[in-house]
Design a binder for this molecule. Structure first.
Ligand code: ADP
Ligand code: MG
Length: 612
């Protein structure tokens, strides 16, 4: 830092405490805002040229005195407690001073001073503790007096009409006008998108793996207790044939909850295993991991699969076995991405509910695969434009048709007046040995009447020993026990927070009551109701709220198309909220807004893709 002109040890320490260590860090300290120094009340403003170097005096008070030439006059000026003016005032330069003339002492008392060249210009404001803006300006100016290396390829800059990196820094810190700022921002957005693409989606051809036909496909199909739907078949064939091409797989399977994505993922896993590679299936919760593992074992007992979560027994042995290739398929939570877990020959990574994982975790696990083949599964319908921004050139496969026998879910929006009637219906359903979910938005928050605590008391009097409670503050093992007992019981009511959104698969669940429904997002409600109708029983979901006529609830009653719902979510609640929802799937960005800048991202991506 001290190699920058004007930076001494003191400033350097102050900067370090702010995390600013290098010249690059200084440049990347972006302005918080801009102000204009067009000074309007010219009563107290004088313009003049500095005729002599200023004098700093520490006698009694700290003051800087200097003289400005204004036309034929000379104006004597004094500035109190602004010792730095001594360093920024340059002889023969013009300045604007603002203040009051002291008639008695015949001296102009300066409260504000700016170089004239800033008049009418935008001045960047940094609001950095301990380091004054003028210091930052000085440092940046000094850094920018040297060349700055470009990090973007020329063809990208040409095609998108971008300024040079040097120019972008110049304009973001010292803009002449708004247009400069926009041009600079545009540059930084593209730069960010470009590095994002390079980081999370390297364009690489296959290097290690060679995949051939899926020979035993029919034999595996035969083992399934049902026939694949047309969509499922099409997707399996498509992915298997893509895998044999020169690029690694990067596919996303999108389909409503219960549309049968798991089976498709399993079949692709079997294909890779068949070709001699290991497969890792990573899911966001332990509950879901157990469920997938059990399904895998039930459907394909000959496959050597293991469950790996942070709470499994004999973890060390399992990890050893994975590393030594004694295991073909590993199903687990984010622990799969940790450095301790090494694979023998990992061919394919499958990530369920990808939006629940941050970029780093996804990157860490994908990097373990030989050619970085990856398949994402998601039930959260994210608008396509947004998806492209997040996952780039991923091929999106959509399962539209529900498996045969799957019942569409009926959604009914009601007010609290309907509650007694609903409780009666639940009682009725329990006599038919069914499972019921009651979902509330909070555990003990005062903002909602129907939190877990209150609702528990309401339900307890009706359902007594048939009532189960589940929420995120319970210890993990307790959660597991509750889910297991609820699942094994012949009937019951499960009171829960939105925890059940992902992954609980109970075929006899027929009924769901969402209380305080207005506290849930549209897509969230859609996810929640997807817990129903997973067997052959028809599902009913009551959304109970104070505003049953709300257009969001009406839409849920009308459609079960996840895409339509997510587009509406985007439209009704605005990108901010939606981004909040899918945030964990989005990389953190400084400049890019995945919705607002979707087109710019798309353009950048097209150029990136064609680079290979
Ligand atoms: P998703 O992961 O898409 O939410 P799952 O793969 O868990 O859905 O499937 C939901 C349920 O439907 C599972 O119980 C599964 O066994 C069943 N299922 C999947 N495909 C079919 C099919 N083609 N025919 C009948 N049932 C199916
Ligand atoms: Mg699933």
């Amino acid at each position: 830092m001290q190699s920058i002109k004007g930076v001494g040890p003191k400033t350097s320490v102050a900067l370090k405490s702010l995390g600013i260590y290098t010249k690059e860090d200084v440049l990347n300290t972006f302005p918080k805002r801009y102000t204009s120094y067009f000074l309007d009340d010219d009563m107290h403003i004088k313009k003049g040229t500095l005729i002599k170097p200023p004098i700093l005096s520490r006698h009694k008070v700290l003051k800087v005195t200097f003289k400005l030439q204004i036309g034929d006059h000379i104006l004597s000026c004094v500035a109190y407690q602004q010792p730095y003016l001594k360093h920024i005032l340059v002889q023969d330069e013009p300045y604007l001073v603002r203040g009051k003339f002291d008639q008695h002492k015949k001296i102009f008392i300066v409260s504000q001073l700016k170089p004239i060249k800033y008049e009418n210009k935008l001045i960047s404001v940094y609001d950095v503790a301990e380091v004054k803006d003028y210091r930052i300006h000085q440092m940046i100016q000094s850094i920018l007096s040297e060349a700055i290396e470009d990090t973007l390829p020329v063809y990208l800059r040409d095609q998108l009409n971008l300024v040079s990196r040097h120019q972008a820094y110049q304009w973001i810190h010292f803009p002449k006008n708004e247009k400069d700022i926009d041009e600079a921002l545009n540059y930084f957005k593209v730069e960010e998108a470009w590095h994002l693409f390079k980081g999370i989606m390297p364009v690489k051809k296959r290097q290690h793996m060679k995949l051939t036909q899926f020979n035993d496909f029919d034999q595996y199909l035969y083992k399934l207790p049902f026939e694949l739907t047309e969509d499922q078949k099409k997707i399996v064939h498509h992915i298997v044939s893509d895998a044999q091409k020169i690029y690694p797989l990067k596919h996303l399977i999108q389909g409503d909850v219960g549309s049968g994505k798991t089976v498709v993922a399993f079949l692709i896993a079997l294909y890779f295993i068949n070709q001699g590679y290991q497969v890792a299936l990573m899911v966001p919760t332990e509950i879901l991991a157990i469920q997938h593992f059990e399904t895998m074992q039930r459907l394909f007992p000959n496959i050597k699969s293991v469950l790996l979560t942070s709470s499994v027994k004999h973890k060390k042995t399992i990890i050893d076995n994975i590393q030594h290739g004694l295991v073909e398929c590993v199903i687990g939570t984010h622990i799969l991405a940790s450095h301790d877990v090494k694979f023998h020959k990992l061919g394919l990574v499958i990530i369920d509910e990808q939006q629940k994982f941050g970029v780093d975790i996804r990157k860490n696990i994908i990097q373990k695969a030989l050619d970085q083949d990856v398949m994402y599964l998601t039930a959260t319908p994210i608008p396509r434009t947004l998806l492209r921004s997040i996952l780039g050139d991923t091929t999106i496969e959509t399962i539209q048709t529900l498996p045969q026998g799957k019942q569409p879910i009926k959604t009914i929006s009601v007010s609290y007046d309907a509650l007694p009637g609903i409780i009666g219906q639940i009682k009725q359903a329990l006599t038919h040995a069914q499972h019921i979910y009651v979902v509330v938005p909070a555990i003990d928050s005062d903002h909602v009447t129907y939190n877990i605590l209150h609702t528990y008391h309401v339900l307890k009097s009706h359902f007594n020993e048939d009532l189960y409670v589940l929420h995120g503050q319970m210890p993990k093992h307790e959660q597991k026990t509750i889910i297991e007992t609820f699942k094994k019981s012949s009937k019951g009511v499960l009171l829960s927070t939105q925890m059940i959104e992902v992954g609980i698969d109970i075929k006899t669940a027929t009924f769901m009551v969402v209380l305080e429904a207005e506290y849930f997002g549209l897509s969230q409600l859609h996810q929640l109701r997807g817990r129903l109708g997973r067997g052959h029983l028809k599902g009913i979901c009551y959304a109970v709220s104070k505003k049953p006529e709300d257009e969001r609830f009406k839409l849920l009653e009308k459609t079960s198309n996840g895409f339509e719902i997510s587009e509406h979510d985007l439209y009704l609640r605005g990108p901010g909220d939606l981004l909040g929802k899918v945030q964990s799937g989005l990389p953190p960005t400084k400049f890019l807004d995945f919705i607002e800048d979707a087109r710019l991202i798309q353009k950048t991506h097209n150029i990136y893709k064609n680079m290979k």
